[in-house]
Design a protein around this ligand. Structure first.
Ligand code: HEM
Ligand code: HEM
Length: 221
């Protein structure tokens, strides 16, 4: 087996993960301290990372693809009854939690675009939305964050349980790409494809947000 064929988590998947891990506390801290310059950039970064990860879930390496780890309810039940996971990657339950984490992250970051602190900072789509949309997005930004915190806590506990109780080398694989008992079954997709994706998605987001209406400027008539 070649070295490449043993990679479980390719470089883009690992980078997406650890960068998201950096952005979430940064987004939290910057909101708490009212530093909305940092908050918005951290949020845009989350949007680009999560959208790129979702596209990577269709065109990326074998174990990063959704069809490698999203399985039906019967397979999840079987896994929970102690029958082994079908894939070398995320287990059947973990696969669904990945999808949920990515969805909540995206809802959190996108709802922020419509948000305002009503004093100093408004998201770039605030003036595009009517009062109802702003209200829904404001509520989502508050409520989903709590859901996200709860799910991240469960995620970390689950990782630590597998790592230390079940003695699976999850952390090593998420850092180095592979570990004993955690190896991939196919060669990774080229990393430059992920880089191209990130660039295109970032440009598309930047262009899209440029189209949004600006606040009306108060003039002297
Ligand atoms: C901000 C908090 C976090 C979020 C939002 C998050 C999210 C995620 C997501 C979406 C995945 C799936 C990776 C993919 O397929 O792209 C994942 C996997 C993973 N995360 Fe996290 N994560 C967080 C914090 C952490 C922390 C603090 C650790 C270390 C203790 C960790 C360890 C792992 C590991 C080891 C995996 C791979 C699990 C497996 O092998 O199935 N995560 N995480
Ligand atoms: C994953 C990314 C994000 C996270 C985790 C996050 C988290 C938070 C949190 C925890 C708050 C404080 C909520 C409160 O106490 O009312 C907040 C407020 C806020 N966020 Fe975000 N946010 C994210 C993305 C964004 C983005 C992309 C924007 C806009 C560019 C944005 C704009 C705002 C605004 C304007 C507020 C103030 C709302 C208020 O005062 O009611 N956020 N965010």
């Amino acid at each position: 087996m070649s070295v490449g064929a043993q990679t479980l988590w390719d470089i883009p998947t690992r980078l997406f993960h650890w960068l998201i891990v950096c952005c979430l506390p940064l987004s939290w801290w910057s909101a708490e301290t009212g530093n909305y310059e940092v908050h918005q950039w951290s949020g845009y970064t989350v949007i680009v990372l999560v959208v790129s990860r979702v596209v990577w879930g269709f065109v990326g390496s074998r174990h990063s693809r959704f069809d490698d780890f999203i399985v039906g309810p019967a397979a999840v039940r079987a896994y929970m009854q102690g029958q082994g996971a079908a894939s070398a990657g995320h287990n059947p339950l973990g696969g669904w939690s990945v999808l949920l984490l990515l969805s909540l992250l995206l809802i959190q970051a996108v709802s922020g675009l419509f948000n305002s602190d009503e004093i100093l900072f408004s998201g770039p789509l605030y003036y595009w939305a009517d009062a109802d949309v702003r209200a829904v997005m404001g509520t989502l930004h508050d409520v989903v964050f709590n859901g996200l915190l709860a799910l991240v806590a469960v995620h970390i506990v689950a990782v630590l349980y597998h790592q230390f109780k079940l003695k699976e080398k999850l952390l090593q694989a998420m850092v180095r790409g592979r570990a004993k008992g955690r190896v991939g079954e196919a060669a990774p997709a080229p990393w430059w494809l992920a880089l191209a994706l990130v660039v295109v998605i970032a440009l598309a987001l930047w262009w899209g947000l440029q189209q949004a209406p600006r606040p009306a400027v108060l003039g002297w008539g």
